[in-house]
Ligand binder design. Structure first.
Ligand SMILES: Cc1cc2nc3c(=O)[nH]c(=O)nc-3n(C[C@H](O)[C@H](O)[C@H](O)COP(=O)(O)OP(=O)(O)OC[C@H]3O[C@@H](n4cnc5c(N)ncnc54)[C@H](O)[C@@H]3O)c2cc1C
Length: 367
């Protein structure tokens, strides 16, 4: 029998939230695909989400989801993902997991979890689907380069190359690099002519050595509240939720969402070179138990500890109708590799799922 070379229709680089979802949609749409993951198993970061419980989405409408994404008048990401989210809304994601027979639990605030409170249940659901659909999965295999050809791409790994007609970069952000997301996709994109928006930490604690906080290190206050207040005393952002005291300073959902607000506020301020002054002028006000404390200009913890990366592949270089690169045809992006991020509450996994689905359905339509 004469054998000849043939390309795979789709190489999905990165087996995290976006990559696993993309492979699942590829199987559903009968797009022959291979999923390539650097770590020894799929979904390392997904397993860490919500302290291993995986808050995978929120039971809200697509419109509500999109309006919640906007932070400090930064509407770019909302506009970019609007179509993807309408087609793969939080409620469709919930239905999708139900149809995979994953029992779910809805919290009073509409956050959704697997009923057993185990992120492994979500990752196993993808694993089972990929096994049943006979989707090839390469783990322990880092992609080291992507080179466009006349008829597709050479996808290089340490030991061999693959020929793919389409490539989807789903390599994640740059936080928690031990979980595999180290910025490879952004580097490949930059080498291929895409603009990168500088990284910032998103949803991370803020540092203070104030003893009123550090003496309470380890205490969690679920009924907390945090505000961002401008130099002239205006409340810019107000969030009710958990405030935690740590040895380094403050964390918890209310603080995380304020920190995310501050990063978007600074980057959309248009005041170049004055970032530090702007940051120093902002006050974080935290409320817990009977305390109401104000701190000026707190620095965030580093991006490598953040829940999400703000920044990444510029949305100007990607077509939101398809997730295809505007620079390199047949190259697609999904998830945190892009300059998109959301608040706490299941928004970031939802963004990864919805952009992955958008990319794969576009590829399927073009085949
Ligand atoms: C501690 C923590 C808790 C979180 N909790 C929540 C939560 O409860 N709800 C929520 O919505 N979001 C949460 N997030 C955010 C969410 O996990 C991410 O936004 C989401 O996983 C992003 O999906 P992704 O597929 O883009 O990236 P990832 O899930 O990071 O996946 C990227 C994958 O690509 C692989 N990869 C990278 N480079 C290469 C390469 N060169 N070759 C092959 N593979 C490669 C990586 O190993 C990784 O597996 C949390 C994040 C953290 C860190």
């Amino acid at each position: 029998m004469a054998l000849k070379h043939s390309p795979v229709k789709l190489a999905i680089v990165g087996g995290g939230a976006a990559g696993m979802f993309a492979a699942a949609i590829a199987a559903e749409r009968k797009v022959p695909a291979v999923l390539i993951e650097r770590k020894a198993r799929l979904g390392s970061k997904v397993l860490m989400t919500a302290n291993g419980r995986c808050n995978f989405t929120k039971d809200i409408s697509a419109d509500q989801f999109l309006s919640d994404l906007v932070s400090a008048r930064d509407t770019k990401a909302r506009d970019f993902v609007a179509q993807a989210i309408r087609e793969c809304s939080p409620r469709k994601i919930i239905q999708g997991f139900k149809s995979l027979n994953v029992p779910l639990r809805r919290m009073a605030d509409a956050r959704m979890f697997p009923a057993d409170g185990k992120a492994t249940t979500i990752v196993h659901a993808f694993g089972d689907l990929l096994r049943d659909s006979e989707t090839p999965v390469l783990t322990n295999c880092a992609v080291t380069g992507i080179q466009p050809q006349k008829n597709g791409f050479i996808v290089a790994t340490k030991n061999f190359t693959l020929w793919a007609e389409n490539v989807l970069l789903a390599t994640g952000g740059v936080s928690y690099p031990k979980l595999g997301s180290v910025g490879d996709g952004q580097n490949f994109a930059r080498e291929l002519g895409h603009e990168l928006v500088p990284y910032r930490p998103g949803l991370i604690g803020m540092e203070t050595s104030d003893p009123r906080i550090t003496r309470l290190a380890g205490r969690r206050f679920e009924e907390g509240r945090a505000k961002v207040i401008s130099a002239d005393g205006a409340t810019l952002f107000d969030y009710r939720g958990e405030v935690d005291c740590e040895s380094f300073g403050l964390s918890g959902a209310a603080v995380y969402n304020c920190q995310r607000f501050i990063e978007h506020y600074i980057r959309t301020s248009g005041i170049r070179g004055q970032e530090d002054r702007l940051r120093a002028s902002l006050t974080l006000e935290v409320w817990f138990e009977h305390e109401r404390l104000q701190f000026k200009g707190l620095p965030p913890r580093p991006v490598k500890e953040a829940i999400v990366t703000i920044g990444g592949v510029s949305l100007d270089d990607v077509d939101p109708r398809t997730m295809e690169s505007r620079k390199v045809p047949h190259l697609y992006f999904a998830g945190e590799v892009l300059d998109i991020d959301g608040p706490t509450g299941g928004y970031n996994l939802t963004l990864a799922f919805a952009t992955a689905r958008k990319a794969v359905t576009s590829i399927a339509a073009a085949l």
